[in-house]
Structure formats: structure tokens, C-alpha cells
Ligand binder design. Structure first.
Ligand code: ADP
Length: 612
């Protein structure tokens, strides 16, 4: 019956299959789990419908027995009955609203958890495709939309349709002919609403996209506020925001206007029906001498039927808005994670920690190769430095080693095991990444270091911080290790953040380390501390480092010079200098620059010469 009714109401002018299929899917994903609660809500709604119909029904006795027949004994009976009817209706309405809200909130929570869990399993390409603002808008907006769709349909069919059936029954019982007269407004009403639905659907989609744009501008401004202010591009950001906000405003106005247009439509048509009924019934009472009780009861039922009928007429318009959100949610849920464990994947069995890249071919966009036939062996426990001009593919090597992307050709092996054949979890457990821009999560310093290893004790966390030369500055923070950092907490300097990241990696104690050295210039003392911390991290571990500082490069056991996605030279510092190739040229250039700078400013060290 459900489907039949839904199909009846939704048949006109929807892209039938997709909307109906979507509604069906939303229900089958969410309805069953909460079926008992919905049944309770339905019980309440049936009570609301019954009491509404009864209130119309009783009008006949009110008029005929009390006002026409002037039967005093009925007066008390009828008034008590009215009191009971309305009290029950009030309680049932309360029960219905509370039950439905709770189920609705549970559905929102469930879908948000589901979306987030799904998003977490996605590969980097997914995140390149869907920006942060897109995902934020989806998770906050779409799950709500699903709730709306379910609740609107449930209340429409549960409360409004049942009320309408009850009230129309009262009308038919009181006067079948008159009922027919008042139904002539149905065809024009359906036609008018169908026209509005088409326009609403288009607007609803555009509105969600504009919302995402607002989030995007806000996010870019917050993340890049220093750049925004120092370059004085506030007016541009403001105008981007103004544009996005105006877009949403205009569409919201248009939607409100279109949604409300059902009111004048229904109001006028309702007025026609009402006038016809009054005319006919008045004529019957005056000319034929019929008792007015039936007509009053009929009129009450007609008036009461008007609101649920109006809501039902807007059902499609309201559902369409919700369905847009539902569609966007399933767009995310239906994109399967591309990088997953192979069947029979085994945990990585790490021994010496040798990392071998063989004939790697990789591109982000088809036909645009970023890595071309790249081969390198990073010996276990040794340091391999990647150097070369920016855009050469160094960061891409990091991504493919962590299997954030899958390769188009070649293989990455760790101790002879292809990373596509080991579990993702074990692969990433055996790797520590220290990236250039340290990401701190909202939480305390202790928690931020502890991300390295969930079960670490306080002593271990402190030891890692000491080894990373971070303990002293942490102790000077207002609440020491308990100081809140991250987006909404205490701000740390670049050098401090990097040492926290190193502490995190030291705590994780993985055999493989991926270190993306910071390019930002640091003062001598901070630089020296960072170098010590980095050496400790690299010691005894297989390290792949994107190196920008000469001191780091010279410390490396092997240097790979990457240009345009290929390693054009590899060897030790001395060997490469002796070759007098690209590496030697770069070193000479950087040396002379750094020496130049050093002669101008005593604060700059030759050792801090920057590459890349
Ligand atoms: P490096 O770290 O040496 O500066 P990258 O590995 O970041 O070099 O970049 C290598 C090439 O890949 C560049 O041409 C860059 O534009 C391209 N690239 C990097 N990331 C992406 C991405 N997510 N999508 C498309 N192209 C990318």
C-alpha cells in the first residue's frame, strides 16, 4: 500500500524512476531499523486523524441537538465529548512529534557516521575530487535531508492522509453529493503543483552547490588569513563571499516563493469549493427545510480537511528539496573505496626494512605521466634523500610509497613484499610520515604526540618529546603537556610544530620514515635543534627524505636527483659532486647563494642552504 500511495502522489513530473527509486532506497536503508518507533508514531498519528474527524462529526449533534432541538441533557454530554476529543488529540500530537523527532535525529546521526566512515576509507584521489568544503556541506546537510524526506512522507501519509480520509468519510456520510461538488478543485490543484515541482527541483540542486561555495570561501579565508591580510586581498575574499551568499539568498527566496505559491493556488481553489458548498447547503436548508446539523458537520470536515490537503499538495515540492540532499549523500556512499586490501592480503612482515621501487609509472591525470620508469632501492636502516627542482615528483613518490594512490606500472616492495599484497593497516603502521606542514589536531599536546601510538604511556610520550627536543618548550606552555593546541588551541611556531611531529614519529617507532623537510627558514638555534631531532628519528630506520637543506643531504647514504619524474642521478654526495652533473650544479648554485647571503647576514648559515 505504501508504495502504491507514494507512487500515486509522486507520479507526476518527477524523473520517475530515479526519484521513486531513491525514496525506496532511503526507506529500505533507514526505515526498517526504526520500524517499531515508526509504528508507535503511526499509532499517534492515527489518533490525531481520528480525533480530528470526530471533532467534525460531533458538530452535527452540537447543532441539531443543542442549538436546534435545545436538548439540555445533551449539552453536558457533547461538551465533555469535545473536551476529551481535543485532549486526546493534543496528547497524540505531542507523542507523534516527539517520537518522530527522536527517530529523525537517530537517522541523521546514523547517516553522518556512515558517511564519515566511508569517507575515511577513501584514497587521495577522492579527496582531490571532493574538496573539504564539499564534504563538510554534504555531511552536515545531506543527512538532514534524508531525515526530512522520511519524516515528510511518514507524516504526510500517517497524519495528513489518514486525517483526510477520516474527514472525507465524514463529508460523504453527511452528504455524498456535496462531497462530489467540493472535489472538483482537485484536478487544477494537482496540475498547478506539478508545475511548481519542476522548478523547485532545479533550484534545490543549485542551492546546495552555493552552500558549498560559502563553506569553501570561509575555509580558504580562515586557512590562509595571513596571506589574505598581508596581500590585502580582503576585498576579493569579501566579494567572493558576497557572491556566494547572494546566490544562496536569491535561490532561497525563489524557493520560498515557489513553495508558498501553493498557498494562493490552494486558497483560491479552496474558496471556490467552500462557496459552492455554502450556496448549495444554504439553499437546501432555506428552501427544503433540512436541519443544519449535517451541513455544519460537513462544513467543519471540509474546513478541517483543507490544511492536510494543502500540506499533501505541497508534498512533492518539499520532498524534491530533500531528495537533492539524499542524492548527494548516495553519490558519496556509492563511490567505493578504490584502495583496499587485496584478497588474501597478509600483514607486512618487516625485517631489514628495504624499500624498493621498480620501474614506477604513475600519473594523476591520464596521459600526463608524473613518474616515469623510476627505480630506486632504499637500503634498510639507511637514509635516502630525494632532491631536485619542485614539481619533479618527490611528494608523489611519498604518496605512492604509502599507497595513497595505486600505480599504473611497476611495483613498490618492502622487504620483498609488494605493498599491494599486504594489508593497508600494516603498511601504514610500519611507516611514519613527518610532513612539511605539520597537522595538529584539536586536543592537548600529549594527545597530539600520542596519535603516534594509541597505547603509549605518559612516560613514553614524554621520552619521545625529549628525544625530539620538544620537552622544554612544552613545559613552558601554559598547561604543559595538557595545553590545548590545534585549530582552536594554543598557537605553536613552525619549528615547534615540526618537533612535535618528530616526537609523534619517534613514538610510533615505525621501521620506515618518510620525512618531508620543511623549506621554511628557521633561526640558527631552532634549526640546530631540528637537525638533532631529525637525526635521532632517522637513526636505524629506513628513511626517505625530501631534503632541502645541505646538512640533511650530506648526511644521507644515497642521494637521488629527481627531475620531471625520473631519477637522473643517484649516489653519495661525493660521487655526485665528482660526476659534475645536475646535482653538482645545484649544490654549487645553492652554495654560492648561501655564501652570498651569509656574507650579508651573519644569521644565515651555509648549512641552511635551501634546495627544491
Ligand atoms: P615535488 O614534490 O617534487 O615538488 P610533486 O610530486 O608534488 O613534485 O609533483 C609532481 C607533478 O605532479 C607536478 O607536475 C604536479 O603539478 C603534479 N601533481 C601533484 N599532485 C597532483 C594532484 N593531486 N593532481 C594532479 N597533479 C598533481
Amino acid at each position: 500500500m505504501w508504495r502504491g500511495l507514494m507512487a500515486l502522489v509522486l507520479r507526476r513530473d518527477l524523473p520517475q524512476d530515479s526519484s521513486l527509486a531513491l525514496i525506496r532506497r532511503i526507506f529500505s536503508d533507514n526505515f526498517r531499523e526504526f520500524a517499531v518507533k515508526y509504528a508507535i508514531a503511526f499509532g499517534f498519528m492515527a489518533l490525531v486523524a481520528a480525533t480530528t474527524s470526530l471533532s467534525a462529526w460531533i458538530m452535527r449533534d452540537v447543532v441539531n441537538e443543542i442549538f436546534v432541538a435545545k436538548d439540555f441533557s445533551k449539552l453536558l454530554q457533547v461538551t465533555v465529548a469535545i473536551l476529551v476529543i481535543f485532549a486526546v488529540k493534543g496528547i497524540a500530537s505531542y507523542g507523534q512529534v516527539v517520537t518522530l523527532s527522536k527517530v529523525g535525529n537517530a537517522i541523521v546521526a546514523k547517516n553522518q557516521r556512515k558517511m564519515f566512515a566511508h569517507i575515511l576509507r577513501q584514497d587521495s584521489a577522492f579527496f582531490n575530487r571532493h574538496g573539504a568544503s564539499d564534504l563538510i556541506t554534504r555531511i552536515s546537510h545531506n543527512a538532514q535531508a534524508v531525515r526530512e524526506v522520511i519524516n515528510i512522507i511518514v507524516t504526510s501519509f500517517g497524519r495528513d492522509l489518514l486525517s483526510l480520509i477520516g474527514l472525507v468519510s465524514v463529508m460523504v456520510i453527511q452528504d455524498p453529493l456535496l462531497s462530489l461538488v467540493s472535489l472538483i478543485i482537485a484536478p487544477p490543484a494537482i496540475y498547478g503543483v506539478a508545475y511548481l515541482v519542476k522548478r523547485v527541483r532545479r533550484l534545490a540542486h543549485a542551492e546546495v552547490l552555493s552552500l558549498a561555495r560559502i563553506v569553501q570561501v570561509m575555509q580558504e579565508t580562515a586557512a590562509g588569513i595571513r596571506i589574505v591580510q598581508s596581500f590585502g586581498i580582503e576585498p576579493q575574499m569579501q566579494s567572493a563571499m558576497n557572491g556566494a551568499v547572494s546566490g544562496v539568498e536569491q535561490r532561497a527566496n525563489k524557493m520560498a516563493e515557489l513553495g508558498a505559491r501553493t498557498s494562493p493556488l490552494m486558497e483560491t481553489l479552496g474558496g471556490c469549493a467552500f462557496a459552492l458548498v455554502i450556496m448549495y447547503s444554504g439553499w437546501q436548508t432555506i428552501v427544503s427545510g433540512k436541519t443544519p446539523g449535517e451541513f455544519i458537520s460537513f462544513l467543519t470536515a471540509l474546513l478541517l480537511a483543507y490544511e492536510p490537503a494543502k500540506r499533501l499538495s505541497r508534498l512533492q515540492v518539499t520532498i524534491e528539496t530533500g531528495l537533492i540532499g539524499g542524492r548527494m549523500m548516495y553519490e558519496i556512499l556509492d563511490s567505493p573505496p578504490k584502495i583496499v586490501d587485496a584478497q588474501n592480503a597478509l600483514p607486512l612482515d618487516i625485517q631489514a626494512g628495504e624499500l624498493k621501487l621498480t620501474s614506477i609509472e604513475f600519473s594523476y591525470i591520464p596521459e600526463q605521466k608524473v613518474l616515469k620508469d623510476l627505480s630506486v632501492i632504499c637500503e634498510g636502516g639507511k637514509v635516502t634523500a630525494l632532491v631536485g627542482p619542485s614539481g619533479g615528483g618527490k611528494s608523489t613518490v611519498f604518496s605512492i610509497v604509502q599507497r595513497l594512490y595505486d600505480l599504473q606500472g611497476g611495483a613498490v616492495c618492502i622487504d620483498g613484499q609488494d605493498i599491494r599484497h599486504v594489508t593497508l593497516r600494516s603498511l601504514r603502521q610500519n611507516m611514519s610520515l613527518v610532513s612539511q606542514d605539520t597537522v595538529l589536531f584539536t586536543g592537548s599536546v600529549r594527545e597530539n604526540i600520542g596519535f603516534g601510538r594509541a597505547e603509549a604511556s605518559d612516560e613514553e610520550i614524554e621520552q619521545a618529546a625529549r628525544d625530539a627536543l620538544a620537552h622544554d618548550f612544552i613545559c613552558e606552555l601554559p598547561n604543559g603537556y595538557k595545553t590545548l593546541i590545534g585549530e582552536s588551541g594554543h598557537t605553536l611556531s613552525g619549528g615547534q610544530k615540526q618537533r612535535l611531529a618528530i616526537a609523534r614519529a619517534l613514538l610510533k617507532n615505525a621501521k620506515l620514515v618518510l620525512l618531508d623537510e620543511a623549506t621554511s627558514a628557521l633561526d640558527n638555534e631552532t634549526e640546530a635543534k631540528l637537525q638533532v631531532a631529525m637525526r635521532r628519528l632517522m637513526s636505524g630506520r629506513t628513511t626517505l627524505v625530501i631534503a632541502h637543506r645541505l646538512s640533511t643531504i650530506r648526511h644521507a647514504d644515497k642521494i637521488c636527483f629527481l627531475r620531471n619524474g625520473a631519477i637522473i642521478e643517484q649516489g653519495s654526495h661525493e660521487e655526485l659532486i665528482a660526476q659534475e652533473g645536475a646535482y653538482a650544479a645545484l649544490v654549487n648554485l645553492q652554495f654560492s647563494k648561501a655564501e652570498d647571503a651569509a656574507s650579508k647576514s651573519s644569521a644565515t648559515q651555509v648549512e641552511a642552504a635551501h634546495f627544491g
